[in-house]
Design a protein around this ligand. Structure first.
Ligand code: ADP
Ligand code: F6P
Length: 488
């Protein structure tokens, strides 16, 4: 239900509007969709289309009003492909070796942020809370303020945030940190990310520590906190339960002829550690011939950002390596690695996850990683599979009973695969119970409500609140990175 007086206005580059182009794969769309459907409000962003039209497209769907705009070919290239995904994405994931930089693209990024601010401003009304998402829109909080927005503005970064030394590799980063500080509440996936941002705010952008989780910027108090994003665990568990009995999962099961299934589900992205994952699997087959014919790796990697060179190169490299592994180890009646380079429907994925003896979630760096949580939710509590999880995913802070690995270490991956494939039922149940305990009471909707409530609280002394945010029984975890700023 939309509450008059404090309408929620979500702004993100990717908008899952009913007419938006492209599959809605990715953490942001998955996390926000249920919140918006329940709460209602305005969702503003890119239509997913490329054209010369700069007009807004308005679509109503239940309580949600979507306002989207196309990008021009030049904007799509400079803003989305280049500065967002070839500069900021690798930088913020601490992978500067993948980063490309061109000042002209930084300019296009700023122009698109300005255009978004121009288009959104006339749609705003008194009492709106604006919640801006992700690295595509770092300049937007300042852009909205300079166009007169006085209401609460929150920002949430879905991906990691590195330390200030790394950040300085991109000349515009300092200004982007300043632009973000125009928001009232700035949220991150982990305490570490929040701490890194607070550090950058003070060291690069002239903010002053103001006690606890606050910094002071030109007389304004800005709050910095960690809000780990969740999934809808019970809903996903039910979907997995039903899909496991469905035709797709049955076909997969038949095709395995009793072999153990190891499953990877990701966007096809250089941060997901897919090549390193293949190396770990190869190492297992190489050094433990016993596993040949007894295990199959199914990697589902949804094509993503195909205009960015690093993504195209990765697809080629993966196909080549999958071919090498198969030609080196396959038998007439066994193919060790199956690779699918496209998105698969969500319920089908859930059924596959329940079938998988091992969930392999090994990003080199990841803000949170919802797939790890989905894998846990999908398991049969009587006979659960084992999650192998990268230490460098935000989810590892919560899923500490998974087998935690360094994804760069092929031997550690192979060790963990063996450990998972041979783990007895009691240990599998024990580990799963702990992981389920860590995620079962949080939810995507709770995460959103907790952030919104935090935003209202942060701004309450300054602005009259018109209607409070109700407490939710399944609130996401909120932590205002206590002492984040004090220790700088
Ligand atoms: P990211 O936000 O980097 O894409 P997350 O793991 O946080 O990573 O979120 C990915 C979301 O997209 C999950 O809900 C996952 O189930 C979904 N997804 C990822 N890959 C695929 C795929 N190949 N097919 C279908 N859904 C996918
Ligand atoms: O979680 C990171 C993220 O960039 C999300 O913002 C987005 O939903 C997802 O990855 C998919 O990326 P894209 O919008 O570029 O397809």
């Amino acid at each position: 239900m939309n509450r008059p007086g404090n309408r929620l206005v979500v702004v993100s580059n990717r908008v899952p509007a009913p007419s938006a182009a492209g599959a809605q794969v990715g953490g942001l769309a998955v996390a926000l969709q249920s919140l918006m459907q329940q709460r209602g409000g305005l969702w503003f962003g890119w239509s997913g289309k490329i054209s010369d039209s700069t007009s807004l497209r308005m679509i109503e769907d239940g309580a949600v009003r979507y306002a989207t705009t196309d990008l021009t070919a030049e904007e799509h290239d400079g803003f989305y492909n280049e500065f967002s995904n070839a500069t900021l994405w690798p930088l913020l994931h601490s992978m500067p070796e993948l980063m490309t930089y061109d000042r002209r693209n930084a300019q296009v990024y700023r122009e698109v942020n300005d255009r978004f601010a121009d288009k959104l401003t006339p749609l705003l009304r008194e009492g709106d809370m604006i919640w801006v998402h992700d690295y595509h829109l770092c300049a937007l909080p300042a852009g909205l303020r300079s166009r007169g927005a006085t209401g609460p503005i929150g920002f949430f970064l879905h991906i990691p945030f590195p330390g200030p030394d790394l950040l300085a590799k991109v000349p515009e980063a300092t200004n982007l940190v300043r632009d973000l500080l125009a928001a009232d509440l700035i949220g991150f996936q982990t305490e570490n990310d929040a701490r890194n941002f607070a550090d950058a705010a003070v060291r690069l952008a002239g903010a002053e520590p103001a006690g606890g989780s606050f910094v002071l910027v030109a007389g304004r108090r800005v709050r910095i906190g960690a809000f780990p994003v969740g999934i809808e665990p019970q809903e996903f568990a039910d979907t997995a339960h039903n899909a496991w009995e469905g035709a797709s999962a049955q076909r997969l099961r038949r095709s395995l002829s009793g072999q153990a299934l190891v499953l990877g589900v990701d966007r096809l992205d250089p941060t997901k550690g897919l090549m390193q994952r293949f190396s770990g699997f190869r190492r297992l087959l190489e050094r433990s011939p016993d596993w040949r014919r007894r295990v199959t790796l199914l990697q589902i990697a949804a094509e993503s950002r195909t205009d960015v060179a690093a993504y195209r190169d990765l697809r080629q490299a993966m196909e080549q390596e999958a071919g090498n592994i198969n030609s080196g180890y396959a038998e007439p009646d066994w193919t060790p690695l199956r690779l699918i380079a496209r998105a698969v429907p969500r319920d089908t994925i859930a059924g596959y996850m329940r079938e998988a003896r091992v969930g392999l979630v090994t990003p080199l760096r990841d803000g949170m990683n919802l797939v790890a949580k989905e894998y846990i939710a999908a398991q049969n509590p009587e006979n659960p599979g084992v999650l192998i999880l990268s230490r460098f995913a935000g989810a590892a802070e919560q899923l500490t009973s998974a087998l935690l690995v360094n994804p760069y270490d092929a031997d550690e991956l192979a060790d963990s695969l063996e450990q998972a494939l041979t783990m007895d039922l009691a240990e599998r149940q024990d580990r799963w119970q702990q992981s389920w305990g860590a995620i079962k009471d949080s939810s995507a909707v709770g995460w959103g409500r907790t952030f919104v409530a935090g935003l209202l609280r942060t701004t309450a002394p300054k602005r009259a609140m018109s209607g409070g945010e109700p407490a939710t029984p399944h609130a996401g975890r909120e932590s205002f990175a206590s002492g984040v700023v004090r220790h700088l």
